[in-house]
Design a protein around this ligand. Structure first.
Ligand code: ADP
Ligand code: MG
Length: 253
């Protein structure tokens, strides 16, 4: 997709769990090469939205259009093949395996829900292709010096970046990140922010859920704010920072 073109459209999406409305008539879109943050208090419905976009969950009603195709309720692997990749809130690396192996396995399992298969048998050609692709993504995120280190030996900030390298396999045009800065030190957040800016410059769109407002404000192009399943505001970081409804939601008013 070319920069500025809409690649993801969430249209009138509602998700009910019994009597609870986790997402109520949500509307927003993401453009190619844009960084958009989805923010809001705990329980606002952000993860539910992510799950529906990535095909882990199905809307009760509404449409999700990704690269021109209606994907709501479609299989997560099929959506991944269209060019969408997600990371999860908690690190899901295999700590005793190398960074390279972790990224290569992720490449192999792309779009599956992360269950390590009993038999990871590949022919040699396929294995070499996966390792080469993994090495390419590790260089892309700047972790080549740690390619052969055990993933569990890296600092948390680097492990998050390994997960991003894994999500980048096969060059998605949209990356979904669930709280990528959570628990990171200041310097690690800076490094993560720089990486996300670099990916954006390469044309990757990023949709992130994040609680760290300092991190969000210095990084993203636009913000969508949710409360009780609804969109209560949308705009530029500086607009959102001054929005009274947003301030009230965050101050518990
Ligand atoms: P957030 O990620 O913004 O903290 P969630 O999307 O996780 O919010 O949750 C929104 C609301 O939906 C919460 O009240 C939560 O308890 C509820 N919810 C989420 N998933 C389920 C589910 N599978 N079954 C029932 N209720 C759920
Ligand atoms: Mg959540």
């Amino acid at each position: 997709p070319t920069r500025g073109e809409t690649i993801l459209e969430v249209k009138d999406v509602t998700r009910r769990f019994g009597g609870l409305v986790a997402n109520n008539n949500m509307n927003f879109s993401v453009k190619a090469g844009e960084i958009l943050a989805l923010i809001g208090p705990n329980g606002a419905g952000k993860s539910t939205m992510f799950n529906q976009i990535s095909g882990v969950d199905t809307p009760t009603s509404g449409e999700i259009i990704f690269t021109g195709k209606a994907v709501a309720g479609h299989d997560s692997r099929e959506i991944a093949r269209l060019g969408m990749s997600r990371s999860f809130q908690h690190v899901r690396l295999l700590p005793r395996m190398s960074v390279l192996e972790n990224v290569a396995i992720g490449t192999h399992l792309r779009g599956s829900t992360g269950v390590f298969p009993a038999a990871w048998r590949l022919d040699r050609k396929e294995e070499e292709r996966l390792l080469a692709e993994a090495a390419r993504q590790i260089r892309r995120v700047g972790l080549e010096a740690h390619m052969h280190d055990e993933a569990g030996s890296l600092a948390l900030g680097q492990q998050r970046i390994v997960e991003i390298a894994r999500a980048l396999a096969a060059d998605p045009c949209l990356l979904l990140l669930d709280e990528p800065a959570a628990g990171l030190r200041f310097k690690e957040k800076e490094a993560l922010g720089e990486l996300l800016k670099k990916l954006k410059a390469e044309g990757v769109a990023i949709l992130l859920v994040e609680h760290d407002m300092d991190f969000v404000m210095g990084l993203v192009d636009r913000i969508v704010v949710m409360e009780f399943g609804e969109k209560i505001a949308e705009g530029l970081p500086e607009e959102i920072q001054q929005n009274e409804r947003v301030l009230a939601a965050y101050l518990g008013g």
